[in-house]
Design a protein around this ligand. Structure first.
Ligand SMILES: Cc1cc2nc3c(=O)[nH]c(=O)nc-3n(C[C@H](O)[C@H](O)[C@H](O)COP(=O)(O)OP(=O)(O)OC[C@H]3O[C@@H](n4cnc5c(N)ncnc54)[C@H](O)[C@@H]3O)c2cc1C
Length: 437
């Protein structure tokens, strides 16, 4: 169904807290399904924040359902067709290409977070979705018959609140009944995005930014450095994941001097050193926090749900955080359509049932990839260089969240009535749902 073909109103009022990719996707998908949407975002204005972000084919298909969005995204996304893996010393390990994957699963979208976000935000505005900036939600409430939020003394009520308020979610407190404390993952990421012209002038780095986009990962003990050029080599971005026990702040605005990265990457491939020396100072310093999987994403009265990073922060090595945030939004929109206004609590519970296990499995891929890269036995890698490639699992990429929710909604609702299934798993397993569908 294209965005313009909107069904009649369901009468379901949804308040979405946060206009990141989880919030905006939920807003657009709920609008597509005929629900009434209000988005409250704390940022007072839209800014081009962030750097590289990745959307795999499982979320690419969601963008493609939104009229005109693929055409706007296409010119700004990375287009190398593959990634070259090197050791930290600069030896080639192997190359992984995306041609077959794109044919099988569809298009991936990797580009500047702020630029992609702006396109999605503008699409939501064009649809007429009510997005109010400068609205910081600190207080959530629910009763058996309604839910809502307070913003600076103003009270907003609705049928369902979706807390899409990111890694530092305030919505978690009402859902969990306690304040959830993040802890250090033991890693941090230096990140940057800049004009590539200076790299084109140096023969050692020119290959990264000429004759189209390039993507290269340098892998070493407990550190990896991934660089990509974008927009036909014109822009350049790199990220470096490294050990860091410093603190658990998780802010996209925090900075670190370039000298910190030079120290961490001392002795690495001279090409990496040259890239560092061409990088503007300072870097973004993103401390990666870890949270144990939440026992639940939905409130006691099942009218408030956490979605996106608020429910499940991802390690970047999963390359799935933004995709799973989008899948949440698409799934919730279907669940509310299927439940109808009189039974939204059933829809909210089904959302969790449909999503929980898949998301947990997707999160785990990030831990696996980080271990595969950071703890590699380099003698074994020489014998089997393919072992360093990213796993591109069919169950993860060959997935349509909207279709899956439509197909498995009824079975999930049935399973949630079974106290044994709920007790054993907290939520039904995808295999169970698929088998009983
Ligand atoms: C500024 C910024 C830059 C980022 N840059 C990158 C990047 O370069 N690369 C990358 O891979 N990931 C980046 N991320 C994270 C990435 O967008 C998410 O991990 C992923 O897309 C999941 O999105 P989300 O919507 O769940 O969370 P987020 O993208 O974090 O969105 C949450 C939104 O909720 C808003 N919010 C938070 N609290 C409140 C409140 N109390 N009331 C109202 N609104 C609230 C926030 O302002 C934000 O817009 C960035 C996130 C942010 C916020």
């Amino acid at each position: 169904m294209a965005t313009s073909q909107r069904p009649p109103s369901t009468g379901i009022k949804v308040i979405i807290v946060g206009a990141g990719f989880a919030g905006l996707t939920a807003a657009i998908e709920c609008h597509r399904k005929g629900h009434e949407v209000l988005v409250l975002e704390s940022f007072p204005e839209l800014k081009l924040l962030g750097d590289i972000i990745s959307f795999a084919p499982n979320s690419g298909r969601i963008f493609q359902r939104w009229e005109g969005v693929d055409a706007k995204l296409d010119p700004i996304i990375h287009k190398s067709g593959g990634i070259l893996y090197k050791s930290w010393k600069g030896e080639d390990i192997t190359r992984q290409t995306w041609g077959e994957e794109a044919k099988k699963y569809g298009k991936a979208y990797n580009g500047h977070r702020g630029e992609i976000h702006e396109i999605v935000y503008e699409h939501a505005k064009e649809l007429g979705i009510d997005i109010r900036l400068g609205h910081k939600v600190l207080d959530y409430f629910e009763t058996e018959t309604e839910a809502g939020v307070n913003v600076n003394g103003e009270r907003f009520t609705c049928d369902v609140v979706l807390a899409a308020d990111g890694v530092r979610s305030k919505g978690r407190t009402i859902v969990l009944g306690y304040e959830d404390k993040p802890k250090s993952s033991g890693y941090a990421i230096y990140r940057t995005w800049f004009d590539s012209a200076v790299l084109a002038d140096d023969p050692d780095t020119a290959w990264m930014v000429t004759n189209g986009d390039k993507h290269c990962a340098w892998l070493g003990p407990d550190i990896h450095f991934i660089a990509a050029s974008i927009k036909n080599g014109q822009d350049f971005s790199w990220v470096c994941t490294h050990k860091d026990e410093a603190d658990v702040e998780e802010s996209w605005q925090a900075h670190a001097p370039l000298s910190d990265a030079l120290r961490v990457l001392e002795g690495w491939d001279p090409v990496v050193q040259k890239i560092l020396k061409a990088t503007p100072d300072p870097l973004i310093d993103w401390k990666l926090v870890y949270r144990d999987p939440l026992p639940t994403w939905i409130s006691p009265k099942r009218r408030i749900a956490l979605i996106g990073d608020a429910a499940h922060p991802f390690l970047p090595t999963s390359i799935q955080g933004a995709s799973q945030a989008m899948e949440d939004g698409a799934t919730m929109a279907v669940c509310l359509s299927r439940s109808g206004k009189a039974h939204v609590q059933e829809g909210v519970a089904a959302f969790e049932g449909l999503r929980y296990e898949r998301v947990r499995a997707a999160q785990k891929t990030g831990e696996d990839t980080r271990n595969q890269w950071h703890k590699a036995d380099w003698d074994e890698v020489k014998k089997n260089p393919e072992s360093m490639k990213l796993k591109r699992d069919d169950w993860l990429l060959n997935f349509d969240a909207e279709e899956y929710a439509e197909k498995n909604y009824a079975a999930t609702v049935e399973l949630l009535k079974d106290p044994v299934a709920v007790r054993q798993l907290n939520v039904p397993s995808m295999t169970q749902v698929a088998a009983s569908a």
